[in-house]
Design a protein around this ligand. Structure first.
Ligand code: NI
Length: 172
């Protein structure tokens, strides 16, 4: 496994704002694509070497590959999950404002409103469909990563709010 280059603003803002295309599930047996999934996770777990912090999520777009793929940590299980062609359905539209950062936006963090609970339909690396219900911080990470697939950055949604909400900032 190897670390891929994480693209950041302002130099790569144009690339970060490009919308990603669905993965062709018939091509999941391509070893290059499978290696890419592993390399993307490796990049997230070793992001500190590149941008000074490690991540709890990373999207393919953040290494300049515009396919609808991201990794997001399940903080309750302490395990990263690969999401391919994810679709989000809102289960609880209550807005929760929480602190976020992004591996592609070094040294910036802010308060971002997200919905409390979502259902995510996605495919795994073998092309099998799955459904998972996420709430709280797990739901926040996935909403942040899904935005990346749409070319949206958390700074677009940032609101002014009390910065004392949480001591820890997590980067995705
Ligand atoms: Ni991000």
């Amino acid at each position: 496994m190897k670390a891929l280059k994480i693209i950041t603003v302002p130099d790569f803002e144009k690339e970060l704002r490009r919308k990603s295309k669905p993965v062709d599930l018939n091509k999941l047996d391509d070893p290059e694509l499978q290696d890419f999934f592993d390399d993307l996770l490796f990049t997230m777990l070793n992001a500190e070497d590149q941008v000074g912090v490690n991540g709890v999520g990373i999207s393919a777009v953040q290494v300049n590959r515009h396919i609808r793929v991201f990794w997001a940590l399940d903080v309750k299980k302490d395990k990263p999950r690969l999401y391919i062609n994810p679709e989000i359905e809102v289960l609880d539209s209550t807005i929760v404002v929480g602190k976020e950062g992004c591996l592609s936006i070094p040294e910036v963090y802010g308060m971002v409103p997200r919905v409390r609970k979502i259902r995510v339909k996605y495919f795994d690396r073998k092309g099998h469909p799955h459904t998972v219900v996420l709430s709280g911080f797990n739901a926040r990470i996935v909403q942040h990563e899904y935005d990346h697939l749409e070319g949206i950055l958390f700074t677009d949604k940032m609101v002014k709010g009390p910065a004392q909400g949480s001591k820890q900032v997590d980067f995705a």
